[in-house]
Design a protein around this ligand. Sequence first.
Ligand SMILES: [Zn+2]
Length: 453
Amino acid sequence: MSRTRCFLPPYLLQHLALARPDVAARWEGTLAMDERLRSSRLMAAGRMAAGSSTASAASTAAGGAAWVVHTAGNGTDLPGDVVRSPSDEPSGDLAVDEAAVGIAGSLALFEEVYGRSSYDGDGATVSLTVHYGRDYANAFWDGRQLVFGDGDGEVFDRFTKPVDVLAHELAHAVTEHTAGLEYQGQSGALNESVSDVFAACLKQRLLAQTPLEADWLIGEGLFLPGVDARGLRDMANPGTAYDDPALGRDPQPAHLDDYVDTTDDNGGVHLNSGIPNRAFHLAALGIGGTSWDGAGRVWYAALTGGQVHARTDFAGFAAATVAAARELGGAEHVEAAWEQVGITPATAEAGRTGGPGLPPPPGSESARSVRVRRGGGFAGLTTEAEVDLDGDDERAGELRGLVERIDLTGLRTGRPQPDRFVYDVQLPGASARVFEQDLTEDLRRVVELVLDQ
Ligand SMILES: [Zn+2]
């Protein structure tokens, strides 16, 4: 496969100049050569965008804005107030402007490399919200829009800061509109991995890196100073991204032999994604060229080609990538990559390993305490805490009032959503697993109080 230099739109160069002056300097030299190409693309984009001043992904085919950034103003009402769309100048609000750069670059990756117009393939306007919640250390796609928190001020910085987080969330939307991989067990880990794959492709494209030059980190720069973490995940070496007192040690497996069976995190979707992540890294090295143009095309073809569906497992996904690579080139490298992580491509459903994310065992419900366990989220970390309702904890009074009002048995719970938190709530006499989006106002207060957020 031929190596193509990535076309760097002006808005990204501007961002790079701020973020990575060294890389921006390298690009200055190539820009003159790209000038004619850029001019013609911009003219075409300009005609399409009708008044927009940015590049080709700035508007939809139908003429609506390609994206709109909102602010939730640290509340939780979505989508919040509109603050920026493609025709606007930078707002001066870091989170807003990072989201703008990230979504423009992510849309450009899908459109310019894979020929896909927005996440639905039909130019849907992407809605984004920043400043979601208070001390909210997460980002997610809720089926309608992308949402980003400002971090917790202790471990996590803004979730708009690493540009790959933007691409990760947009890729969840692409997956939902294509293969529809169920967010649980192996298909859930594949859903997660696909998002990391396109996140890595975006980052490497922006930095004009080959697979050998790239760091293969997801969420580099997401951590506040003093946290011992290179990133949140390392696709080249899963399980080595961090080792820190506040975070613990990166628990991602790198081989099927170490697959983690758990009911947390929808069956360990953010853990077991390390296995297909590493397969992509190895395939990218084997195929050569750039990851977005080489292995990225293969993975995109597998995701959208009809062979991968809601319950496809690792072996089935591997088979779809091998089939795609037979068309696009590099099938032997793709096959070898999967074998190295312990997966033999097979189209037959071999049965999924990994728990379906069942609610926890009831435990000692008679205890006069409230226990909350939170898993999932972009980071896939689990935290747990308990408050004794009869003790002298200052939260006990408010909790007793809440517990009297809450009826867990009457709670409506839906389906897991990508990167959202999952709560196991244990009250005296009852327990339930509740997805973040299904929390009632009272339950939201309970988990806030118990986890001391
Ligand atoms: Zn995700």
